[in-house]
Design a protein around this ligand. Structure first.
Ligand SMILES: Nc1nc2c(c(=O)[nH]1)N[C@H]1C(S)=C(S)[C@@H](COP(=O)(O)O)O[C@H]1N2
Ligand SMILES: [Mo]
Length: 404
């Protein structure tokens, strides 16, 4: 349910737990987490994502859907109906899509701040960019410390194509940045539950202002008008940054001198050392690190036959793109260079890789290790942290296959 945000009771107003629970947000409190753990699997898709492919997805909860590892296939783009979903608040009413062009976003921290409609944004420029959208908690399920939050494996990620207006065009049209802009702050347009401190639930994130250069206000994903599940009618896309910074139903974009005071920024999504408390002085989950994993062959349908297989998977380097990927069939003792396959959709997209291998009878641990264009090599070990964020460990992401 929640990704990391501990919501201490001292920050909640009287009656707020009941208010959250009435809204289906009880996952933010301890009791519902326990319920979730006790509940069996096989949940139906929530209505707002009812158009998705149930076979491709693991439904953790109505606000957390994960792509199955076996569903990633070998095409570079993740089909929209297989893409993961993660909502920190209930998705807004679908009525916000009734008149997309009338959606307004307020642009602040520029020389001439004002609200713009989506129709107006569409006149300011258009670009298309492929990005990896990944929840910072992807891979949390591999943490032995079992951090609270969804135990995602590899499927809280996908590679999708966005179309929209470059944010820098919008800023230029409004006279440029105001003095003192240090952060790009985006605010989600969800209706907030009543009876709770708005800052405790508001989805508002700040990233360093340099992210503006690549950012997009996007209204299309994978060639279609942006769905409600993925933030329609308008989303702030921050290429190379962890999913939480890509604000859905964006209502406000502000260039600010300080980071947002919302709890999801100040205490949520921080790289808090194990045993510590989340605090604003710890690093936030911003740029993604270099990461890869194998999507096939998998032995989830039983042992493989001896002979040749194509080991394949995906690799990405946050804002830096991928230089190469190595594959090991012996749990990381020896490595061989894999081939990058398929089109290169730019530094923010993932690359597919493949390596033909002969596998004899026995048990094999298949691992992949990526290197980004700056020469950073994917780490062997995860960085332990309270929330289970930023897991890029190649060892954690290895797959064991039996050949018989
Ligand atoms: N407005 C809003 N934006 C949001 C969120 C949210 O709850 N509300 N969740 C964030 C998180 S934690 C992630 S991982 C991504 C998920 O994007 P997706 O649901 O399109 O896959 O959206 C981010 N943007
Ligand atoms: Mo996330």
């Amino acid at each position: 349910m929640k990704d990391s945000m501990t919501l201490p009771r001292r920050h909640m107003l009287a009656g707020s737990a009941a208010a959250l629970s009435a809204l289906g947000l009880a996952g933010w409190t301890g009791s519902a987490r326990a319920q979730q753990a006790a509940a069996p699997a096989a949940k139906p898709l929530p209505a707002y994502a009812g158009w998705k492919s149930p076979d491709a997805l693991i439904v953790h909860s109505s606000s957390t859907l994960e792509t199955r590892r076996s569903a990633f296939g070998t095409s570079v783009i993740t089909p929209s109906n297989q893409l993961y979903v993660r909502n920190n608040l209930p998705a807004p009413d679908a009525a916000i899509l009734d008149n997309r062009d009338a959606w307004t976003v307020s642009i602040e921290g520029v020389k001439s701040p004002r609200s713009l409609t989506l129709a107006e944004l569409k006149t300011l420029g258009v670009e298309t960019v492929a990005t990896v959208l990944q929840c910072s908690g992807n891979g949390r399920g591999f943490f032995p410390s079992k951090p609270s939050g969804t135990p995602w494996s590899v499927g809280a990620a996908g590679c999708v194509v966005w179309s929209g207006v470059p944010l820098r065009n919008v800023v230029a049209a409004l006279g440029g940045l105001a003095d003192g802009a240090a952060y790009l702050t985006g605010t989600g347009g969800e209706k907030l539950p009543e009876g709770v401190d708005p800052l405790s639930v508001l989805v508002e994130r700040s990233v360093p202002v340099k992210a503006m250069d690549d950012a997009l206000l996007a209204w299309e994903m994978n060639g279609e008008p942006l769905s409600l599940a993925h933030g329609g009618p308008l989303r702030l896309v921050v290429p190379g940054y962890q999913g939480v910074n890509n604000i859905k139903y964006v209502k406000r974009v502000a260039f600010t001198s300080a980071q947002s005071q919302a709890r999801i920024m100040s205490h949520g999504y921080r790289m808090s050392p194990p045993g510590s408390k989340a605090s604003p002085d710890q690093p936030s989950v911003w740029e993604m690190g270099v990461k890869s994993w194998i999507n096939g062959p998998l032995a989830d349908k039983g042992p493989l036959k001896p002979g040749q297989v194509q080991v394949h998977g995906v690799a990405f380097g946050g804002t830096r793109g991928i230089k190469g990927v190595e594959v090991s069939a012996d749990g990381g003792k020896t490595w061989q260079a894999a081939k990058l396959i398929g089109p290169d959709l730019g530094p923010f997209a993932w690359r597919q890789f493949a390596l033909p291998l002969r596998l004899e009878a026995g048990t094999h641990v298949l691992a992949s290790r990526a290197t980004d264009t700056a020469g950073n090599v994917q780490a062997e070990q995860r960085e332990e942290n309270l929330g289970g964020y930023n897991n890029a460990s190649w060892r954690d992401h290895a797959v064991t296959v039996t050949v018989a």
